[in-house]
Design a protein around this ligand. Structure first.
Ligand SMILES: Cc1ncc(COP(=O)(O)O)c(C=O)c1O
Length: 391
């Protein structure tokens, strides 16, 4: 890159993950690589597993893969299910749809509940579908907690209640990839059987780690499942982790970073971390409302702590707005995925974020709206600042 291409100041990475990585996490990852079978490694593994427990709200086994979130999904499906099994899944957005496609590729049948991408999973539909399944063919209910493509957060506790009301034995699998570390999460209290997550969102790390948290019921199901698997085997991980090691080479330096990121989260206090995300999400919504733009998520109880998706006024192209904001102000916003392409832009307020980060982000959006000629009322940022100054 020539010197004239230099852009002063930091790039604003305001997509809903990967999120910004704190400097101390970057420094932790820059340490020299160590022997993952050496004498010091088990202490690192044990410390990370201990610190992860409260973030997932669990005392159950946690597995860390050197993978993206998609790998962690595959692990959840192939460990517990057999080809020909059926799952119940919901079209809450792009990521839920990817989950359906993956299951089908693995030979799993999907009972698919279509949706308009404007809300999370409706617990009453879960209950109705399970009650209708008199033969108990549905082996798992699969839900995306925070749909990153839409900014709608499903109510996992109410979905659990719906499963219990129907007295159905299906496993409950939850994708907490973009909710973990931003919104409270209770794997044990919500009796989730497999929680799936990744490193690059609320955990404030680069992409590259995938997680599964596994209930006893899921572990039992894994003994009877006949999907072919090798790399994703839970049992081998659990056996190796007991000794503080891994069955294959772990992502050593991401683990250094994870240890530091977990220290930061616990140091702030998890309740404070979630309250901070809720507050910045509210600031984003206040700006949106004052601009006169519509939130894609239509259910207020399901507004996301991690991102806010704004619908563009008819005839205006969201990707053109994003392009202007990137070129003029060096800020990346999330694009509309799948059927939301060009219709929405997504503001990430996830991970390492403070009052001035959200104010700067919203300032970039307001300037971009004006330059792109998108009809809006000025003053969204002012309204957000007033909220942030007084709360
Ligand atoms: C909710 C959700 N599920 C799944 C994924 C897929 O994860 P990955 O891209 O790390 O494979 C993402 C990625 O953004 C996500 O946000």
């Amino acid at each position: 890159m020539s010197i004239t291409n230099h852009r002063a100041g930091r790039h604003f990475l305001q997509i809903p993950g990967p999120s910004n990585v704190p400097d101390s996490v970057l420094r932790a990852m820059s340490k020299a690589v160590v022997d993952h079978r050496g004498p010091e490694f088990p202490d690192l593994t044990f410390d990370i597993l201990k610190q992860l427990g409260p973030i997932f709200g669990t005392k159950a086994s946690i597995i860390i893969y050197p993978s993206s979130g998609t790998g962690a999904w595959e692990a959840a499906l192939v460990n517990t299910l057999s080809p020909g099994d059926k799952i119940l899944a919901f079209e809450t957005g792009w990521f839920a749809t990817l989950w359906k496609n993956m299951a089908e590729k693995l030979g799993i049948k999907v009972e698919w509940v279509e949706g308009d991408w404007r809300r999370g999973v409706d617990p009453t539909i879960v209950e109705d579908k399970l009650l209708a399944d008199s033969e108990k063919e549905i082996k798992a209910v699969c839900v995306v907690h925070n749909e990153t493509s839409t900014g709608a957060t499903s109510r996992i506790n109410e979905i659990r209640q719906a499963i219990d009301n129907s007295n159905h034995p299906a496993l409950f699998m939850v994708d907490a990839i973009s909710s973990l570390g931003c919104t409270e999460y209770h794997h044990d209290d919500w009796a989730v059987d497999v929680t799936i997550s990744g490193s690059q969102k609320g955990l404030m790390l680069p992409p590259g780690l995938g997680f599964n948290v596994i209930s006893e019921k899921a572990l039992l199901a894994s003994k009877n499942a006949s999907s072919r698997l090798c790399y994703w085997s839970w049992q081998e991980m659990i056996d190796n982790n007991k000794q503080g090691v891994f069955p294959y080479t772990p992502a050593t330096n991401l683990l250094f970073g994870l240890q530091e990121a977990l220290r930061l989260l616990h140091n702030e206090g998890l309740e404070n971390v979630y309250a901070r995300h809720a507050r910045f999400a509210q600031a984003a919504r206040i700006a949106l409302e004052n601009w006169g733009l519509e939130n894609l998520c239509s259910i207020p109880e399901e507004y996301s702590n991690s991102l806010t998706a704004a619908l563009m006024p008819e005839g205006h192209d969201a990707d053109n707005l994003r392009k202007i904001i990137l070129e003029k102000f060096n800020m990346s916003l999330g694009t509309g995925l799948g059927k939301m392409k060009n219709k929405i832009f997504r503001i990430g307020h996830i991970g390492d974020f403070n009052e001035l980060t959200i104010t700067g982000t919203l300032g970039g959006v307001e300037m971009g709206l004006a330059i792109a000629g998108v009809p809006h009322k000025i003053g969204g940022v002012n309204a957000a600042m007033e909220f942030l100054s007084n709360q």
